[in-house]
Structure formats: C-alpha cells, structure tokens
Design a protein around this ligand. Structure first.
Ligand code: NAP
Length: 299
C-alpha cells in the first residue's frame, strides 16, 4: 500500500507545501490549530485531524511545519503529540527552522521509540512553497532520506542530503547568515544612493547585471523599494532564526560579528511592532537610523 502522509502546521509555508503533496495524489492527514487553515486542504481531499497524535495514528511519514523549537517539541512530544500515536517505523520529517541541537535530541528520542527522523528546513519563501521550487536541506540517515526523497521532490527543486541529523538545520542557519546580511547590505546600498541624490532603482538595475546580483536583490530589493512589507517571511520568525544562529555560534565557540550586527536590526524591527510584517522591515529601521527615506510607504 502507498505511504499514508501526515502534515502538521498549515501556515504561510505549510499550506502550499501540503497542497502540492495532495495534488500529486498522496493520501494526506492534516492538523492545524486553527480549523480555517485546514479548509483548503480538506477541499482538496485531505482528511482533517483533531491532533498531531491522530495524524500520527494514520501516517507512515509525518511532516511538521510549525514555528519554533518549542513548537516542534510540543507537536512531537507534547500532549496529544506525534509520539502518542507513532506507528513502528514511521518517519517524522521536520521542515520548520529550529535549533540543530534540539533536532538531534528529538531524532534520538524518536529512534528510541522505534521511529525515524529527518530535519529538512527550506529556503525559497512563500513563492517557492507555492511553486514547488523550494531548496530543501536534509539531515538524517541516507536510507531514510532515499525513502522520503520522492515526496521532497513534490515540494522542492533543489533537494540536498547534507549529513546526519541536525545537518539540515545547520545548513539552514548558514542560509540565514547569508540572506540576512544580504538584505541589510541592499538596504545600505539604497541609503547610500539616496543620500547622494542618486536613484536607488537605477542602482538596483545596474547591480542586477553584475557580481552584486542576487535573488535577494531581485525579489527583496524590489519589495524594499516599493515599501511592500506584507509577509512573506514574518520578522518575528527571522528574529527566531537569528537567535538559533547565534546560539549555535555560542555552542561551537565561533565569532560571527557581521551576523551579530544585523541581528540587532531584526531585534529592533520586532521591538518596534513589525513582528508580523515581512523581515525586510529591517530596511525601515535602517532608514530611521539614517534619517533618509527611500521606500514609498515611509512617513
Ligand atoms: P506561519 O505562517 O506563522 O505558520 C506557522 C504555523 O505553525 C501556524 O499555522 C501555527 O498555527 C502553527 N504552529 C505554531 N506553533 C504550533 C504548535 N505549538 N502546535 C501546532 N501548530 C503550531 O509561519 P511560516 O512562514 O509558515 O513558517 C513556518 C516555518 O518555516 C518556520 O519555522 C519558519 O521559520 C520557516 N520558514 C519560513 C519561510 C517563509 O518565507 N515564510 C521560509 C523558510 C522557512 P497557528 O496559525 O494556530 O498559530
């Protein structure tokens, strides 16, 4: 019989990812705290479950896409969690961005209980989730990865087995080191242009044709100029990612001074009430800091 698939957490990312699995014809058992988040999945033929435990009772492979480390721990090991309904040999695939060390502990727990775990955080944003073009960074055993790979390929285009449990989360932390500094660097370039009376849109056009070009400049760079702070990727989740990065740097005893600096901008954006806005809101903080307005919506 074909694998029964479970999916828990149907927010900005989880909903379109689960829909792509359902559209590929997989039997799907879903759970979200808010019933309205399950409605589009149920309309597409998935079965709504009252708890993570109920999803686990029906599923061979269970995907989780929730917010933070505590949330994944709760969904897996909390009351009415996956552990209570885990079938022997079932695989839990956590696609949230959480702590690498907590991931390793959860993988050990599931193994003790006769299950398996992969960490498989993603990059590519809401658009990548909708289009099924995410980059998926996977940690866990090679044979478990091989079994889940066909499902990953329904959600992503760039599916890489990085290493053992936790390695996927480390890769995602590295992704956030790069993307956060890229957003901040784009903001600084726009401010420098504007402060010199030069049109930042023209600067962006020029940069897109050279070595400074990037997906961040294409996508985030345009939304920054348009003052479009609709999430996307919520600033409070980005703050959480930077906490994970900095904790991981502390655990391993390395210095990430550039990352530490931009983390302050994210913290401030959330502190100023922008947590539910897109994480490019750090550009609003940069503009305030410089007393220079570049985007269209600042007042
Ligand atoms: P989101 O829209 O806020 O969705 C998160 C979902 O998880 C919500 O529906 C929430 O339920 C559910 N949830 C949170 N804690 C839970 C718990 N303890 N038990 C049950 N459900 C819980 O966030 P998202 O943008 O989809 O992000 C999900 C994960 O993907 C995060 O780890 C994020 O860092 C990562 N990520 C996001 C992006 C992006 O561009 N958005 C890109 C890459 C990775 P409620 O609605 O009831 O609160």
């Amino acid at each position: 019989m074909a694998d029964q698939i479970g999916f828990i957490g149907l927010g900005i990312m989880g909903r379109p990812m689960a829909l792509n699995l359902r559209r590929a014809g997989h039997a799907l058992w879903v759970h979200a705290r808010r019933p309205e988040n399950m409605a589009p999945l149920v309309a597409a033929g998935a079965t709504a479950c009252a708890s993570a435990r109920e999803v686990a009772e029906h599923s061979d492979i269970i995907f989780t896409m929730v917010s933070d480390t505590d949330d994944v721990e709760q969904v897996i090991n909390g009351e009415h969690g996956i552990v209570e309904g885990l079938r022997p040999g079932s695989i839990v695939v956590d696609m949230s961005t959480i702590s690498p060390s907590a991931t390793r502990a959860l993988a050990d727990l599931l193994e003790t209980l006769g299950g398996e775990m992969l960490d498989a955080p993603v990059s590519g944003g809401e658009k990548g989730a909708i289009d099924g073009t995410l980059s998926i960074m996977v940690g866990g055993k090679a044979k478990v990865f091989a079994r889940v790979r066909p499902l990953f390929e329904k959600m992503g285009k760039n599916v890489i087995h990085i290493g053992d449990n936790g390695a996927g989360q480390v890769a995602k932390a590295c992704n956030q080191v790069v993307i956060t500094q890229a957003i901040a660097a784009i903001g600084e370039a726009y401010l420098l242009a504007a402060a010199n009376g030069v049109d930042p849109r023209k600067v962006r056009e020029a940069l897109l044709g050279g070595f400074a070009s990037s997906r961040a400049l294409e996508s985030h760079g345009l939304r920054m100029l348009d003052g479009n702070y609709q999430p996307g990727f919520k600033a409070h989740l980005h703050k959480k990612d930077m906490r994970i990065v900095m904790e991981s740097a502390t655990e391993t005893g390395i210095a990430l001074p550039g990352t530490a600096l931009v983390t302050q901008l994210i913290n401030t954006a959330v502190g100023q009430g922008m947590g539910e806005d897109d994480s490019i809101s750090i550009f609003r903080i940069q503009q305030k800091l410089c007393g220079v307005q570049v985007d269209r919506q600042e007042d």
